[in-house]
Design a protein around this ligand. Sequence first.
Ligand SMILES: Nc1ncnc2c1ncn2[C@@H]1O[C@H](COP(=O)(O)OP(=O)(O)OP(=O)(O)O)[C@@H](O)[C@H]1O
Length: 303
Amino acid sequence: MSDGRIVVSGLTKQYKNVRAVDDLSFTVEPGRVTGFLGPNGAGKTTTLRMVLNLVTPTAGTATIGGQRYADLPDPLRTVGAILEASAAHKGRTGRNHLRVICAAAGLPDQRADEVLELVGLTPAAKRKFKGFSLGMRQRLGIAAAMLGDPKVLILDEPANGLDPEGIRWMRGFLRNLASEGRTVLVSSHLLSEMELLADDVVIIAAGRLVRQGPVAEVVGSMSTNARVRVRTPQAELLTKELTQAGATVATGTDGALLVTGVEAPAIGAAALRVSAELHELVTERPDLEHVFLELTQGKATIR
Ligand SMILES: Nc1ncnc2c1ncn2[C@@H]1O[C@H](COP(=O)(O)OP(=O)(O)OP(=O)(O)O)[C@@H](O)[C@H]1O
């Protein structure tokens, strides 16, 4: 096993009526947290399942450190994964849940306590799973994934339902794992979550790749279309002046002008030139989640 890089190449999964994953290719680098992002039903879980050899691809390959999961000599110590955070016996304590996994994987019992410590669950070690909050369940899932001290971590929606404090903890935890040189792949359907957690992002919709790159770059490319909201009694006059300056002007339902293509200072200057009185001049950055939905929705058919 070399570096823990995940390479997905031409991966496809055709269910009876649904092409859940469609010729998907991307790379996940070690030493970074990569967000795997897509709306519900985009094919994230199916992709992760194929990477982990739980679903057989219709076409294409997925490798981890150059090998398919099925060919890894010691998969549990190479890859840790959670596909469902809340899967544990209700009456069992957190520690016992982990010990059962240790026993099955041939790991020493003490490893259970080590990973509980790692995820900050030591105080709750003796509590029964049924009393765990969602955040604690997520942490326990991560603890289980860490049992084999894996080089690669694959987490399906680990931040789902976490409060801001939980997300902050998750960020620190995942960053730390990446800084140790591990490969960390986390899925989510929320861009805002990935902005907080990930270095890189792979966006899919309807089983296909939409964007891939550093999260700041991808988000930057999505938020360029700022719009300025302008209210003036001389709407017609200002519209003419702005259009001549290369702007696109639409009128909102409330009569305000919605201007794209020029920034607020240029609009102020245009208003001054034609002596238009300004009652409102507000730059509206598009809500990223909204842009993300637009970016992905166009691709989604009924699935
Ligand atoms: N075993 C299966 N048989 C038939 N269709 C399936 C099966 N598993 C998934 N699908 C379909 O494949 C598509 C992709 O599902 P998948 O669970 O991979 O998406 P996802 O991005 O993980 O979504 P979510 O965030 O809702 O879990 C969906 O349309 C789903 O209904």
